[in-house]
Every structure is written in C-alpha cells, then in structure tokens.
Design a protein around this ligand. Structure first.
Ligand SMILES: [Zn+2]
Length: 408
C-alpha cells in the first residue's frame, strides 16, 4: 500500500461537559437563574428544568433560603391530584443592579433588583463629545440617586457606550464619535465609585441582547441593526449570548462600504462608509441640518412624512438593505431587528430594507427570516444591561457573595 498523500494534524474534538464540573456554585447559579427568569418556581419544576437530582435541587434551595437569596412566595395550586407546590422567588432584599445606556446625546439610567423589577428609571440629556469626565460625572450622580432610592445593596453596574469597547479592560477603543474617550478607564472609575463589579458593553450589543431575551429562543441568532446618529450592529448567537469576536469589534458594521454609495468622507477617515451615507446624521446633512439638534429634527420630519426627507430615508434604506442582505447570507439569522429613532418614527426604513433583503438574499437564508422593528423600543439597551448584570451577579463564580450582606 502506498503511503497516504497527506496526513491530518491532531484536531481538537468537542467533548461534552463532565458531570464532575457541576460544582456547588454551578448548582446554586442554575437554580437561582431559573427562579429569577420565572422558568421554574417550585422544587419539582427545578428538578425538571435543571436536569439535576431531586436531592441536589432540594439542598441548593434550602441553602438559598437560609442565605436569604430565595424566599417562599405562596402556594401554587397544581392541576389534578398533585399536592400544591411551595412557590419560590428571589428576595427583593438581596441586591440590585445599576444600569446606564449612554447614547450620543442622552442616557437612560435605571436600577433593577435581581427579580428584574425596575425600581427607578430616568432619562438625561448629555453629549458624549463633552468627554468622559463630564459625562461619567453626570451618569454617576444620577445612578447614585437611583441607588439611594432602591435601598438595597448594589451588586453590579452595567454601562453601554455608543462606540467600540474592550470589555475585558473596561475601556472604549478609538470610538469615532467620542473624542477623549479612547482608553479612558470607564469600568475602573465606576468600580471605584460604586465598590462593585462593572461591566462595559457597546450600546448596540446591549440592545441586541435585550431584544433576543425578550423574544422566544427560536428568534436567535438575532442581528440588531441600529440606525441613529451612527449605524451599528450587534449579534446574539443561537445559544442566546453576545458574539463579541476576537477583540470585541464584531458587529461594528457602520464602516462597511456599500456598492453605489456616494464618496462621502466618514468620521473614521474612510470614504463611503454606510454610516457616512445612510445614518440619521447623513440624512440631516443632506437636508442642511448640522446642529446639535439635527437628529431630533430629522426624526420630526420623518414622523411628519416630509417628502424630501422620506426620499432620503428610502435611499438610505436601499444602502442599508445591501449591508443587511450580505449579513443575512453570512450569518443566517432567525431575526433581524431594526432599531433607532427613524425606525420608531416611521415604517419606511423597515419597508425599504426588507424589500432589498428579500430581493437580494437567496431563499434558504430568508425562508424563515423575520425582519422587524424592536419589541423593546428605546428600552432595549436597558433590557440587555439588566440581563448582563443579573447574570453576572447570579453566575457560578459570584453567587457565593450573595446573602453575605443580607445576613449582616
Ligand atoms: Zn467610517
């Protein structure tokens, strides 16, 4: 026999997690998250939902009750002859998460408890171009008021910014519309202020995550495309988690160049980026609006269906549709959500993008594709921030910290 013409190097094969990996932290985290999301509210439900042994679930529930993380929540009558089950709920006293969804010209700030109840919410006008010291000063002041009002220990802070971020280092990375923010220690500063873990995320990623978790699981993979002062994308995988890519830059679609786009110079220095030719800023510029209120003026013109503005919105939709069609081919999402001020003011952008995508993308990629506007609207970012923060607090690594303060 002649030797084989080529050989394979040793390739890594995926292996299932061993049951030995299910340690106490994983069990406590699983049980608490199932209760927190309303998936399972009794010991019997938890055994089924977690796929763990009855004794394991029972011990975990007893420990969480003793630590004040869970509390009894009445009786749930069962249908048929079954014994009524004791309902469980997260304790409202075991902690809260502070949320900041900072956009280019304003921020939504909120405090939620670990049961996902919104304890307070405020919107403030600000301008990210004023730099990190001024903007974060405002954000911290408002979050401090929300924390005081909540009256429970803050376990985590989640902040979203309208630009690329390095989530591991907790810093923005050369954000084109945020002068002075590059490498500014955003997470470290908030950690110092609030004495708890801080998660920094891109604003569109937060919207994508919020949207995906507000919809049934079969609506993922989900691609969120935000058309605002800039254009950005966020991707949630079929497993329901954010796809960050190698450096956190995944989904940063604003600087993709489209066929047939005008040679407009972009804030990033390149020519013909989708953001430079189809964002709300670009539409405003062509209407002769360039001031700080340009975006809200464009939104008003769209809401009034001003003919000149709508013609520009349709042009923008055709260009954005090209980018979305390409992404649909590449990623085959179950759902594409279009968000941002223009989509909430009119269906014209959605209709335009939809027609290009269905014309250009091949049937297999669009057979079951849903292309829609955001179900959470302007609060999608806070939704995603809430998910990230609560999941962090209830994670296997951190759940051990819960209950310590409530016992004091
Ligand atoms: Zn660009």
């Amino acid at each position: 026999m002649s030797p084989p013409p080529w050989t394979l190097p040793a390739l890594r094969l995926e292996a299932p997690l061993l049951s030995g990996r299910i340690d106490a932290g994983v069990t406590l985290s699983t049980v608490t998250r199932l209760v927190a999301s309303g998936t399972a509210v009794s010991k019997a439900d938890l055994v089924v939902a977690a796929g763990l042994a009855r004794t394991t679930v029972s011990a975990a529930v007893d420990e969480l009750l003793a630590r004040g993380v869970l509390q009894p929540d009445g009786i749930r009558p069962t249908s048929g002859r079954g014994r009524p089950a004791d309902r469980l709920a997260l304790s409202p006293h075991c902690g809260a998460v502070l949320l900041a969804d900072v956009g280019a010209r304003g921020a939504h700030l909120a405090v939620v408890d670990l049961r996902q109840q919104v304890l307070g919410h405020v919107h403030v006008d600000l301008d990210v171009r004023e730099g990190p010291a001024a903007v974060l000063g405002t954000v911290e002041g408002e979050l401090e008021k929300l924390r005081t009002r909540a009256g429970v220990p803050v376990r985590a802070v989640v902040i979203g910014l309208p630009g690329p971020v390095d989530g591991h280092l907790g810093v923005p990375v050369r954000p084109p519309i945020m002068p002075g923010w590059h490498a500014y220690p955003v997470a470290a500063r908030l950690q110092e202020t609030f004495a708890c873990p801080v998660l920094l995320e891109n604003d569109v990623n937060l919207r994508a995550l919020g949207e995906a978790r507000a919809l049934p699981a079969d609506q993922a993979p989900l691609l969120f495309v935000k058309v605002g002062t800039g254009i950005g994308g966020g991707l949630v995988t079929r497993e329901g988690v954010l796809h960050h890519g190698a450096d956190g830059a995944a989904g940063d679609i604003g600087h993709v160049r489209v066929r047939g786009a005008p040679d407009t110079v972009c804030v990033c220095g390149n020519i013909g980026c989708i953001e430079a030719v189809a964002s709300v800023t670009a539409i405003g510029r062509r209407l002769g609006l360039a001031g700080a209120d340009a975006a809200s003026e464009v939104r008003e013109l769209v809401a009034r269906a001003d003919p000149e503005t709508m013609a520009l919105v349709r042009e923008a939709a055709a260009l954005i549709g090209e980018v979305v069609a390409m992404l649909v081919h590449f990623y085959n999402p179950a759902r594409v959500t279009l968000g941002g001020s223009v989509t909430s003011a009119s269906d014209e952008l959605l209709a335009g993008v939809r027609s290009v995508v269905y014309q250009r993308a091949l049937p297999l990629a669009t057979r079951n594709l849903v292309l829609a506007t955001s179900v959470l609207g302007e609060h999608a970012g806070l939704g995603g921030a809430s998910v990230l923060g609560i999941e962090r607090v209830l994670s296997a690594e951190h759940i051990g910290l819960l209950g310590a303060a409530t016992r004091r």
